[in-house]
Design a protein around this ligand. Sequence first.
Ligand code: GLA
Length: 391
Amino acid sequence: MREQLQQEFLAHYGKEHQYTYFSPGRVNLIGEHIDYNGGLVMPCAVTLGTYLLIAPNYDGVFRFKSINFKETAEIIVGSSNEKKQEFWFNYPTGVIEHFNNDGKVLHGLDMLYYGNIPIASGLSSSASIEVVTAFALNDLFSCGYTKLELVKLAKWVENSYIGLHSGIMDQFSVAFGEKNKALMLNCDTLEYQAVNSNLGDYLLAIINTNKPRKLAESKYNERVQECSIALTALQTELDINHLCDIDTETFNLYKHLITDEVILNRATHVVEENDRVKLAAKALSNNNLAEFGRLMYASHNSLSTLYEVSGKELDTIVNFCKPNKNVAGARMTGAGFGGCAIALVKKDAFEQFSAEVAEYYTKEVGYAPSVYSSLIGNGVGLLNEVVAVYA
Ligand code: GLA
């Protein structure tokens, strides 16, 4: 693949690339719709991700090409760039907009992207593109931003340039991911702990619903808004900044302040899910996968019934997993409304699981899912040193 990408760069730009950067995608093991509520999440980086081949140019232009999409783009160094409707390159142009505004851009760049994360599957292909671009520009323009500053910069792109009011989990996990570790991240303080994720006889299966995600962004922003209404109601008697500042016990004493039933359901999910993450971290570090799996199912149930971000497709996968003795636990991962489910599946039964879940899902839903097994990988980085000197 590396060679194919090099050839592609050469064919398109008529010169060799100089650097290759990589940023992974992520799955969230547990702690869903928690990051924008200031609580605990437990994502990990996967080994699928985005490759960025790059070479400087002195033509005063940023050029973007992707192997995955046919649209290309060029922007003039120093010019301001509005988001274009629904194009993949909005993510890198958003990053460049930020570097431009900060006066950090030194010269143009020729860039070639390739991603093997299924698009719009909830595995954070967008955070992966943002973070790989920000990391590369920081390096090439010697800006000296810390990794955390780059994470915040990438989140700015998502929130202010793209318009999704997401939290920091995706950008953080693809930047800070560590091989065989889950990151237990406090999304308020941004302190994190790398939790050993010894899955023993099990592996992490990713099942993509392949459902087209229509309206996912507006439904996501609606959930963010609903949480903010719940918080405002609780703040009439509680001195808190986030829903996750209280545990389930305290929440039960004050939940009468939330009078709307739907808003109450949303807040109940958030508070209980945050408590589940603490239990899950304990279970994982004690290699207690049975308990971890139980918490995964409980998380899914809450996302499906209280938070209402699952749907027939994700529920079908989880319902298939529940009675299956080769599966320790399963749940939807990411924003929901389609996207992917994850499952802890016995290594030696993965092939059988993969075939059976696909058959069951196809029968119930009417089209096939995609099933992968994944390792927990590292965060963003430079893959190679200079391979050709720019003349
Ligand atoms: C999306 C967002 C994240 C997070 C998850 C849900 O992936 O980008 O910030 O809110 O949904 O947990």
